[in-house]
Design a protein around this ligand. Sequence first.
Ligand code: GLN
Length: 191
Amino acid sequence: MVKIGVLGLQGAVREHVQAVQGSGAEAIVIKKVEQLKDIDGLILPGGESTTMRRLIDKYDFMDSLKEFAHSGKPVFGTCAGLILLAKNIVGYEEAHIGVMDVKVERNSFGRQKESFEETLDIAGVANDFPAVFIRAPHIVEAGENVEILAKHEDRIVVARQGNILGCSFHPELTDDYRFTAYFVNMVKEAK
Ligand code: GLN
């Protein structure tokens, strides 16, 4: 059984753990840097990217997270997790982990749409997938080695670059685990 870590510093951690278990993999909440060596893939949950960044620095995670992503082990960033992975963030001079060749804009769905649910067709993943957006970012630009897997109203909301997967929404907040299962499969293939 593959082991999938969920970065457990802040955000929707427990829900990802449930989704990973529901997809037939072992889930480990990552609270210490040393735990990264025990896992085959990593999920960076949604929450608040600025808070998560502060905690990543506080607990000295940054170098090890970059190393993990560069090692080829799959990483899945959801919502704030996608912001952590992006090489560029609109309005910010520096990236966080910065390993995915995309530019993201934070909180980009406007006030009246702060939270909404939309059914998406995600290429190679699932059709009619219930996507819960909560103060979500979207991908403004994607490099040529990035595959665009879904859009919502012309905005890119799911993309993959090799073993790095990112989405704007919270796939773990419903009991439809097809997207998590897709990631679990990426982890199995990489192993
Ligand atoms: N708005 C948050 C941020 O910028 C992301 C929201 C989320 O993860 N649900 O980090």
